[in-house]
Design a protein around this ligand. Structure first.
Ligand code: NAP
Length: 352
């Protein structure tokens, strides 16, 4: 058999909800190939099929099903690592991989707000990856760390980016209805969520409020100057399997009309359209004219889960405008986001 020319990648936390999504999305990736999977000591030494409680709607790829879970240590691991670990574990483990020379592309919150770690949504702030050059890991071993945002801020930041450019944002008020898959597996107990709404997700509102500023901030003099608009988030867990829906109100610095807002969304292609990255959706934002859309069950897979859907734009009697936004929490908000970041890094020569 011909030797693969794809870049070998490893997945830390490969058995979890985000790890499984990585396995699914990487199955036919043109540039990357899963060569190593690791999870906790509970899974070490088992085959992937034995260790993972597989929840994706496609079958486990046969090659991966037979793969043995490695110890979660840098020795023997590939030099490109997708990390899908809880933040407490990530805080210890991700620097060990970066110190050992790996490119760590992380999903956890542990280093998102670190001043030298880029928090990247390529369409919005691809230029922030230059922060990598300041990292001590990069200087010592060539390794580095790049993060993607919290799943509930991902779609919000994408919906806001073209509006901030066109009208300047003064303040944002966002109420989330977040899917259970966002809590990982087994996540929220069925008796807590069935027929119910849980109006608390630990640290989620804080993450939304601080990460939005960094994502929409500007790289100046080697540091990120956060965007200065005010933001208030209310986060709720609802009995939906996948897909975070948000009700958003917004106040602008300049006068905006519905036509101009929709045009800004529809024309938005972001910073990386010319790179033709495999996971880059043709339309980062889709505006749906139908009065009762977007809905998670009907609209989540748009752009293979990478397109953010907006709808119901109408005047707000407190701020200026309000709308509904839907994004896929484990694709656009997690594994797909990290894959797009990896593609950006490859296109910019960071994965040589
Ligand atoms: P999860 O389903 O609970 O999976 C956690 C993974 O970490 C499992 O593979 C688990 O392995 C592994 N793990 C646990 N302890 C470990 C240890 N000591 N050493 C090595 N691996 C260990 O969680 P998830 O939902 O996939 O989330 C992973 C990360 O992504 C979190 O930081 C989360 O906040 C973030 N995130 C999640 C979403 C989402 O929608 N779910 C979206 C954005 C970001 P075992 O199977 O062996 O226990």
């Amino acid at each position: 058999m011909a030797k693969s020319t794809k870049i070998p990648v490893g997945i830390l936390g490969a058995t979890g909800m985000v790890g499984q999504r990585f396995i699914q999305l990487l199955e036919r990736h043109p540039w990357f190939e899963v060569a190593w999977v690791a999870a906790s000591e509970r899974s070490y030494g088992k085959t992937y099929a034995e260790a993972a409680k597989w929840k994706m709607k496609t079958a486990i790829p046969p090659r991966i099903a037979k793969m043995k879970l490695s110890a979660a240590e840098p020795a023997g691991a590939p030099k490109v690592i997708f990390a899908a670990l809880d933040s407490d574990i990530a805080r210890e483990m991700e620097p060990a991989f970066a110190s050992a020379g790996a490119a760590v592309i992380s999903n956890s919150s542990a280093f998102r707000m670190h001043p030298q770690v880029p928090l990247v949504i390529p369409e919005i702030n691809a230029d922030h990856i230059k922060l990598i050059e300041q990292q001590s890991w990069r200087k010592q071993s060539g390794g580095f760390m790049v993060t993607n945002s919290n799943c509930s801020v991902m779609g919000l930041a994408l919906a806001l980016a073209p509006l901030d450019k066109a009208f300047g944002i003064e303040s944002v008020f966002a109420v989330t209805m977040q899917a259970v898959s966002g809590a990982g597996y087994p996540g929220v107990a069925s008796l807590d969520i069935l027929g119910n709404v849980v109006p608390f997700i630990k640290n989620e509102e804080e993450k939304m409020e601080e990460e939005a500023g960094k994502l929409l901030g500007k790289l100046k003099g080697g540091q990120i100057v956060p965007a200065s608009f005010g933001i208030s988030a209310h986060c709720n867990r609802v009995a939906v399997e996948d897909g975070h829906t948000e009700s958003i109100s917004i106040k602008f610095k300049k006068k905006a009309t519905a036509e101009k807002i929709i045009k800004a969304w529809r024309e938005y292609r972001g910073m990386v359209a010319d790179l033709k990255l495999p996971f880059s959706p043709a339309e980062p934002i889709f505006y749906d004219e139908r009065v009762d859309r977007p809905q998670p069950r009907l609209d989540l897979e748009r752009g293979h889960g990478m397109t953010v859907s907006c709808g119901r734009l109408r005047p707000c009697s407190l701020l200026d405008w309000k709308f509904t936004m839907l994004s896929h929490n484990t694709i656009r908000g997690a594994a797909g986001a990290a894959l797009l970041n990896a593609e950006l890094l490859k296109a910019k020569g960071y994965l040589e």
